[in-house]
Design a protein around this ligand. Structure first.
Ligand code: NAP
Length: 282
């Protein structure tokens, strides 16, 4: 006799809500559930009524939802509690329903960036030059500063970098040329969207500004090997591609939803396959 009805009865639902149809989370989470044989499933929802979706999450007992742009701020007042780091960042990209039915918001982009950089070097004491001042840069700035990095921010629109730096002890802001020529950074993080295939290709910094022995992390993941990372490799820097942050932020979501460690290899393989469909390797 099939055991399908009993399995279905205890199947836990997770998912994501976004305005857009593309979901990289779906393949990673499903691969993780499969690898560990967990009775979970994942559905990416395309949503225009955010409040209605959250009411639905409560009513249907959905365990966790990833939150994409443009909802990362708008969702905050709809929740019962916000994790301290997400509150500092001012954005939520993950909602988890507790056993008591309460919805708590988290920001796993920050921990994703921290774990991606930690794979390559210690963060405590690292001098980081962070390019960009959008939503991702804000999460990364709080994550890295919280893990002990000292931060210089540079952004095309300087005031946006200043607004982020104001909330982070010890962080400062410089113009890009000044920051690059000061040569007092160990880690360069590109958190701008410069480098995205078909949208804004190219590198956000001149190749000669990259010093051997530094670490260059690009959070742009489409393509996986950006112009910036190619230049960094030519210059003898260590590189971290945008897929690592994506993977680690999803792994943290996986832990929050399931309570167990994420199977990174299985999730990474699924992510790489998805990215290669979006941006075939050259
Ligand atoms: P966002 O809020 O729109 O911010 C974009 C940032 O890029 C702003 O600081 C903007 O500067 C800067 N920028 C855009 N075009 C530029 C250019 N041509 N030259 C210099 N600076 C430029 O976007 P976001 O959500 O922070 O995302 C930024 C990038 O990170 C996107 O490519 C996104 O796909 C990627 N991302 C990756 C991950 C991951 O896990 N790997 C996670 C989140 C986002 P202004 O302030 O002057 O406009």
């Amino acid at each position: 006799m099939s055991n399908a009805p009993s399995l279905a009865a205890r199947l836990t639902l997770c998912g994501s809500i976004s305005l857009y149809p593309v979901s990289l989370g779906s393949s990673m989470h499903l691969a993780g559930y499969r690898a560990l044989g967990l009775p979970f499933t994942y559905v990416p929802f395309r949503v225009t009524d955010l409040a209605g979706a959250i009411t639905g999450m409560r009513a249907l007992g959905i365990r966790g939802l990833g939150i994409s742009m443009p909802y990362k701020q708008e969702i905050m007042p709809l929740l019962d509690a916000i994790d301290a780091q997400a509150a500092q960042i001012g954005a939520v990209n993950t909602v988890v329903r507790g056993e008591d039915g309460r919805l708590r918001g988290y920001n796993t982009d920050a921990v994703g960036a921290v774990r991606a950089l930690e794979e390559v070097r210690a963060i405590q004491g690292a001098r980081v030059l962070l390019l960009g001042a959008g939503g991702a840069a804000r999460a990364i700035a709080h994550g890295l500063a919280g893990a002990g990095a000292s931060l210089v921010l540079a952004n095309r629109t300087r005031e946006k970098a200043e607004a982020i730096a104001q909330g982070i002890e010890g962080a400062s802001v410089r113009g890009l040329d000044e920051a690059l020529s000061a040569s007092d950074w160990d880690v360069l993080v590109n958190a701008t969207s410069k480098g995205m295939l078909d949208v804004d290709p190219g590198s956000p910094v001149p190749e000669e500004a990259i010093r051997p022995g530094t670490v260059v992390m690009d959070i742009v993941y489409k393509p996986i090997e950006t112009e910036l990372l190619r230049a960094a490799e030519r210059r003898g820097a260590r590189t971290i591609h945008g897929g690592r942050m994506l993977l680690h932020q999803a792994a943290r979501q996986f832990e929050l939803y399931t309570g167990v460690a994420a199977p990174l290899e299985a999730m990474d393989a699924a992510l790489r396959e998805q990215i290669s469909l979006l941006a075939p390797a050259r």
